[in-house]
Write a new protein. Structure first.
Length: 186
């Protein structure tokens, strides 16, 4: 190759490498948003999970809200007076937002057996357990799901019945709802 051709090809190769790097960085998003209803239109904007609170107020659709949170697995002795030994780890699962549902923790807890009406489903992030999804305004149950079964250790007990992680969201609201899966005692 002539010396003059090397100086023509080298800048082109550098620019191509830079463009490939930009494309890879753009494709490596942390959050996966999976709205089922309503359909997201191109001008909808969603806040990033780790944004500052003053930026975390942009929901443009008047009939929808943002639900976000973290799903963690708690291990250790959670008895009163023993909380210092608890450890929390990200728990990988689908987070299903459904019309309010009652769950019998001792019966069949598959989504199909419960007759769940899904509004949205999103898979949380493996490395930190975070999730975020756009949903219509209303009242819902937020269910941690693995292999199409509700993880009952992630449901809240009200003293008399399972609350089934009930939430209510209003227009333009950004609601944080964290779920803790209580699995085992050391």
């Amino acid at each position: 190759m002539k010396k003059s051709n090397v100086f023509k090809v080298l800048p082109v190769m550098m620019v191509m490498g830079l463009l490939v790097g930009i494309v890879v960085a753009a494709c490596d998003k942390e959050d996966h948003i999976s709205p089922m209803i309503p359909t997201v239109v191109p001008n909808d904007t969603l806040p990033q999970v780790d944004t500052l609170p003053q930026i975390d107020t942009t929901v443009t659709a008047a009939d929808s809200a943002i639900l976000k949170g973290q799903v963690l697995s708690c291990e250790g002795n959670g008895m009163p007076g023993s909380e210092e030994g608890l450890r929390y780890f990200p728990f990988e699962c689908d987070v299903v937002v459904a019309l309010p549902v009652e769950v019998d923790p001792y019966g069949n807890v598959t989504l199909s057996a419960l007759g769940v009406t899904e509004v949205a489903r999103v898979h949380n992030q493996t490395h930190n357990g975070r999730y975020r999804v756009k949903i219509p305004i209303g009242e819902y149950s937020v269910l941690p799901v693995v292999d199409e079964k509700v993880v009952v250790q992630g449901l809240r007990w009200s003293g008399q019945s399972w609350e089934v992680n009930r939430i209510t969201v209003s227009a333009n609201e950004i609601k944080t709802y964290d779920i803790t899966i209580n699995y085992q005692v050391d």
